[in-house]
Design a protein around this ligand. Structure first.
Ligand code: BGC
Length: 383
């Protein structure tokens, strides 16, 4: 009852805003003040892309827990990496009367009609981790510094090759080192930021002849792995080994933007049985992202070289803070208002920082912070 009353009042605020008495156009959070409504009457729809990767399961439950602890009702849905399913799930959240949506998109360009419907119903939208593109109706973006993640991925590759030392200084090592490049899913805005950060970091060394890409596949379109699928990465690595490394050319390193892809790449490398003598002698340096337990365990064993730790607990927490601010009619705090242009507008963002995981900092970074336990790292599976 209380909710209905407050929503009627909101309608009035909306009408006043349209009449020019209040600020904010489409996509503005103005008019979403639900501070007078019982939190227990407010429903927040949380749309996550997939349960095939650990991080999204952790993100979904951390966002749900945080929101429920704050007193909100939550409708959490996973879309099985299927674009129409995600669209339908969001449509249903809108029909059910969601008061705010938190969305990690599968395809950042495929949700315009859902976002139009949300705006028409005065439902604010927070883009979670991945930017939703081509829509005016994205109110806020919570994520990590994605360009810097790419820089860190390239830095870990250069460190593994011995081109940079532990402090990030150039050692003078001249190589030449042979590397291959992998990118994420092209429909994920983040994939482009990771790639750009990595390429900007590697390019000077490619130009100097310290690094070479023997396959010649240096465009993001050639390197991309649709939907971030492990098997697709494994297949591409197998194809590269056959096409380029069959004659004994040495492969020294692989830029991989996500741990799932890294494990596919490692499987391909381990399965080469004689394709290139140095591959058999020792695996190339393989990078990653997300500090998934399977990969942290491989890093601990010296099989995968590095990953990037993005503390998804903090991202979830930040999304709850932003949701609460919006619902109470406050302007959420942004720490970046320039970087994330979604094609229609620059979306105010809150960026978190990430860290490179190496074998020697698993303890301080992941175990001491409670992200994984030593037993999980030893077993290679989450408890
Ligand atoms: C996320 C990464 C993740 C990747 C694959 C990206 O959008 O930012 O953390 O590795 O998707 O799920």
């Amino acid at each position: 009852m209380k909710k209905k009353y407050a929503l009627a009042a909101l309608g009035l605020v909306g009408a006043l805003a349209l009449a020019g008495c209040g600020g904010g156009g489409a996509g503005s959070t103005a008019g979403t003040d639900k501070g007078s409504v019982d939190k227990g009457d407010l429903l927040i729809g949380v749309s996550m892309p997939t349960q095939t990767s650990e991080r999204w399961i952790a993100d979904g439950s951390a966002v749900q827990d945080g929101l429920e602890e704050s007193g909100y009702q939550v409708d959490l849905q996973y879309a099985g990496d299927d674009i129409p399913t995600q669209g339908q799930q969001i449509d249903q959240m809108i029909t059910k009367g969601a008061d705010l949506l938190i969305i990690a998109a599968i395809d950042g360009t495929a949700l315009s009609s859902q976002l139009d419907a949300a705006a028409a119903a005065n439902i604010p939208v927070i883009s979670y981790d991945r930017l939703i593109r081509d829509s005016e109706n994205v109110d806020f973006y919570v994520t990590f510094d994605n360009y810097k993640v790419g820089v860190q991925q390239a830095t870990s590759l250069l460190t593994g090759l011995g081109v940079l030392d532990a402090e990030g200084k150039e050692t003078g090592e001249k190589g030449p080192f042979n590397i291959e490049l992998f990118a994420g899913s092209l429909d994920d805005n983040n994939a482009h930021f990771f790639w750009q950060g990595a390429i900007d970091t590697l390019q000077p060394f490619i130009d100097d002849g310290v690094l070479a890409v023997p396959s010649g596949q240096t465009d993001i379109e050639q390197a991309a792995i649709l939907r971030w699928q492990q098997e697709t990465a494994q297949k591409r690595m197998e194809d590269l080994l056959t096409s380029t490394y069959g004659g004994g050319t040495k492969l020294d390193g692989v830029l991989s933007p996500y741990d799932g892809l890294s494990r596919g790449i490692i499987t391909a490398l381990q399965g080469t049985g004689g394709l290139g003598p140095d591959i058999a002698a020792g695996l190339p340096i393989v990078t990653g992202q997300d500090a998934e337990i399977g990969s942290v365990s491989l890093i601990n064993q010296g099989v995968q070289f590095a990953s990037i730790f993005k503390d998804t607990r903090k991202l979830a927490e930040q999304s709850v803070v932003v949701a609460e601010d919006i619902l109470e009619g406050n302007e959420p705090e942004a720490n970046d208002t320039k970087t994330y242009d979604n094609g229609v507008k620059v979306v105010p963002s809150y960026l978190l920082q990430s860290d490179i995981v190496y074998k020697d900092n698993i303890g301080p970074l992941l175990i001491d912070s409670g992200y994984w336990t030593q037993a999980e790292v030893d077993a290679g599976v989450a408890e």
